[in-house]
Design a protein around this ligand. Structure first.
Ligand SMILES: NC(=O)C1=CN([C@@H]2O[C@H](COP(=O)(O)OP(=O)(O)OC[C@H]3O[C@@H](n4cnc5c(N)ncnc54)[C@H](O)[C@@H]3O)[C@@H](O)[C@H]2O)C=CC1
Ligand SMILES: O=C(O)C1=N[C@H](C(=O)O)C[C@H](O)C1
Length: 265
């Protein structure tokens, strides 16, 4: 594979700093710049903990103009991630987006823009291969068990709830099961939120605690039995083989792919 020139947005973050390491360690990847909301004009290796000698930009258009990247990896926040993804597509740069918290409307807009531009884009709520399998296995199980609740657990610095993975899992399950209102038909929440969020009748519960990284259990119930499908990420390195796969694949496609399950066999 020929060399892929990459810009990372959110490089100082928990995920972004891991992605910088991945790009530096991968022979056919080249880091050409990073996008930050501060440190304009500095080099990344001037910041503690980084060795890559690449420019830091606060202006994404300037970054794309000066570095001419093939791919933008975005690991920022829901609000800014959307702006970056649009800007990338408008500049002919293929986005690989791990940032979560995009609405259905955002995804539709990005899909339309990708079609207009005719270049590849990947938005993946979870890059960990084990998490992709958890979602796939849950989709299979949902054909046999109609009643399901999702419990996702994350560190307490997470901005969005439910998690992108929780939402994607519920969407994948919804695609194969008839909508069902679960629990007792007359149930009442004594305290608002007790039954969690509701996506097509599937309840999603979000736990936020220090000490956690990213964990999800999909809990199915049937007559006299339950089935639990669980995935745990214990560090951010767990996401990096998926980031690598996404960067390699985004160079070969000309449409928007939402979810890594669509590019792994
Ligand atoms: N798809 C996946 O597998 C995973 C996705 N995530 C998602 O990735 C995103 C980042 O997560 P973390 O690294 O934990 O967050 P973080 O808070 O550690 O990092 C976010 C970074 O974005 C930067 N940032 C904020 N505003 C910016 C702007 N205007 N321009 C450039 N950079 C800006 C911050 O300075 C920070 O360095 C979140 O949306 C999270 O849900 C996290 C883990 C795995
Ligand atoms: O913010 C995180 O940490 C994570 N976010 C993603 C999500 O919202 O699903 C992926 C993973 O769960 C970690």
């Amino acid at each position: 594979m020929s060399e892929v020139k990459i810009v990372i947005a959110g490089a100082r973050g928990r995920m972004g700093s891991e992605a910088v390491k991945l790009v530096e360690e991968t022979e056919h990847f080249q880091l050409v710049g990073v996008i930050d909301h501060k440190n304009e004009g500095m080099r990344l290796n001037e910041l503690e903990g980084f060795t890559a000698d690449v420019p830091i930009y606060t202006d994404i258009d300037k970054c794309f103009f000066e570095t001419n990247p093939d791919v933008l990896i975005d690991l920022t926040t829901p609000e800014i991630g959307k702006v970056h993804t649009k800007k990338a597509l408008q500049n002919g740069v293929r986005p690989v987006v791990g940032t979560t918290g995009f609405s259905e409307k955002d995804l539709n807009e990005l899909q339309q823009l990708t079609e207009e531009k005719g270049i590849g884009a990947i938005i993946a709520p979870n890059f960990a291969i084990g998490a992709i399998l958890m979602m796939k296995f849950s989709q299979i199980a949902a054909k046999y068990f109609q009643d399901v609740e999702i419990i996702e657990q994350h560190h307490d610095q997470k901005l969005d709830a439910p998690s992108g993975t929780g939402i994607k899992t519920a969407e994948m399950i919804s695609a194969v099961r008839e909508e069902k209102q679960q629990g007792h038909p007359d149930e009442k929440e004594i305290i608002e939120g007790a039954r969690g969020a509701n996506l097509n009748g599937i309840r999603l519960h979000s736990v936020r605690l220090p000490g956690l990284i990213a964990h999800q259990e999909v809990l199915f119930g049937g007559d006299g039995q339950t089935l639990k499908i669980r995935h745990d990420s214990y560090n951010r390195a767990s996401f990096m083989s998926g980031v690598k796969l996404a960067v390699e694949n985004v160079m070969k496609i000309d449409l928007l792919v939402y979810g890594l399950e669509n590019i792994i066999e």
